[in-house]
Design a protein around this ligand. Sequence first.
Ligand SMILES: [Cu+2]
Length: 119
Amino acid sequence: MVAQRRRLLAAGLAAVACAAFGARALAQERVIRVTARKFEFVPEKIELKKGEPVVLEFTTADVLMGFNTPDFKLRADIPPGQVVRVHLTPDRVGEFEFFCDNFCGEGHETMTGTIRVTA
Ligand SMILES: [Cu+2]
């Protein structure tokens, strides 16, 4: 009887977990593809809405790049041959800088962009 109750409880918890994950997967995240290459991000201006969840999908056209946006405390390595996904739901309106933080050659310092968040 106790064992049966435990099994039911475990099944119930599993169902709740599945529902939670399912809901998360179904949440509509707008996908924004960004290509990093010597020495720019394309696009270099990313337009977002406050509270709208997005996925930034990064690829590099040549060498290892980085993505760093200190205002949102997000960073990622962008290795050649991979798609790197960064989830972001901006909680503020404004203009925020992002930049490459893996040295990729002469011109690396100019590899910046702007995330513009509107209400
Ligand atoms: Cu760089």
